[in-house]
Design a protein around this ligand. Structure first.
Ligand SMILES: Nc1ncnc2c1ncn2[C@@H]1O[C@H](COP(=O)(O)OP(=O)(O)OP(=O)(O)O)[C@@H](O)[C@H]1O
Length: 257
């Protein structure tokens, strides 16, 4: 196994609930190697999105330590250097809400490259066309706007936008949950192919156990802001140790009870 691309240690995030404090993340540690897909599974409210937000540098008040390829990266929003932000990109669940409706697809994909000073305007245009082809879309779609695309096409655009700035780590937060099953399978296969071609590290967050089983090498199970079980995906699915994991797997459609 190659050296860790992402190392997160003792991540904590609390929210205020009236006068009380509530721990959405309660000491989470995990790592992802280059070329590896690590899954995080748990039910709604277990802390999965909070985890993604902390790693992406979007969670005010988060504590813990984060390293990318051995380099310390601040965990607090606003403290990261632009170059550090570039290296971690996120793909969200909702491909409608995450794409700016007034921009063309080409502008959406090129925006990050411009912010990070990648290429000239002409080079960026060329790169947009290549990225659209890489994610299985017609480069002519660059001139369209998000509302003219299907849900699956929009999610391909979101992936192209993330890849445009050449990240080391992709944070995938329920990237296929809003899609129907056929399109979901196509997007998962695309993610697998892109990972193989580019050696990316993926942190894949999902409540969908089937999807995680299909895609991830290693899996963490989270509940109430804590990881309660971790292991190679097949081992965890074949012989879950923690009662919470056992319950999740027993509740899967098609599980033998
Ligand atoms: N801004 C916020 N203020 C207060 N509580 C919050 C906030 N965001 C999330 N929470 C709470 O923190 C806990 C973890 O939320 P989080 O969104 O991380 O869970 P999740 O596993 O991603 O759930 P889902 O799959 O439904 O998105 C939940 O109990 C949620 O209600």
């Amino acid at each position: 196994m190659s050296a860790a691309m992402l190392e997160l240690a003792d991540a904590r995030l609390t929210y205020r609930r009236g006068a009380a404090r509530f721990a959405a993340l309660d000491g989470v540690s995990l790592s992802v190697a280059q070329g590896e897909c690590v899954g995080v599974i748990g039910e709604s409210g277990s802390g999965k999105s909070s985890l993604a937000r902390v790693i992406a540098g979007l969670a005010e008040g988060a504590t813990g330590t984060l390293r990318l390829a051995g380099e310390a990266v601040p965990i607090t929003p606003g403290a990261r250097r632009r170059e550090q932000c570039r290296r971690i990109q996120m793909v969200f669940q909702d491909p409608v809400g995450s794409l700016n409706p007034v921009l063309t697809i080409g502008a959406i994909i090129a925006e990050g490259m411009a912010i990070h000073g990648i290429g000239t305007r002409a080079e960026r245009r060329e790169r947009v066309a290549a990225l659209l082809a890489d994610v299985g879309l017609d480069p002519a779609l660059a001139a369209r706007r998000p509302h003219e695309l299907s849900g699956g096409q929009r999610q391909r655009v979101a992936i192209a936008r993330a890849l445009a700035v050449e990240p080391d780590l992709l944070l995938l937060d329920e990237p296929t949950s809003a899609l129907d099953l056929v399109v979901q399978a196509q997007i998962l296969n695309l993610l697998l192919a892109l990972q193989e071609a580019r050696g990316l590290a993926y942190l894949f967050i999902s409540h969908d156990l089937d999807v995680v089983r299909h895609l991830c090498h290693y899996v963490h199970v989270i509940t109430a802001g804590q990881i309660v079980e971790s292991g190679p995906t097949e081992a965890v699915f074949a012989a879950p140790q923690h009662p919470y994991t056992q319950g999740l797997i027993a509740a899967m459609p098609g599980a033998t009870r």
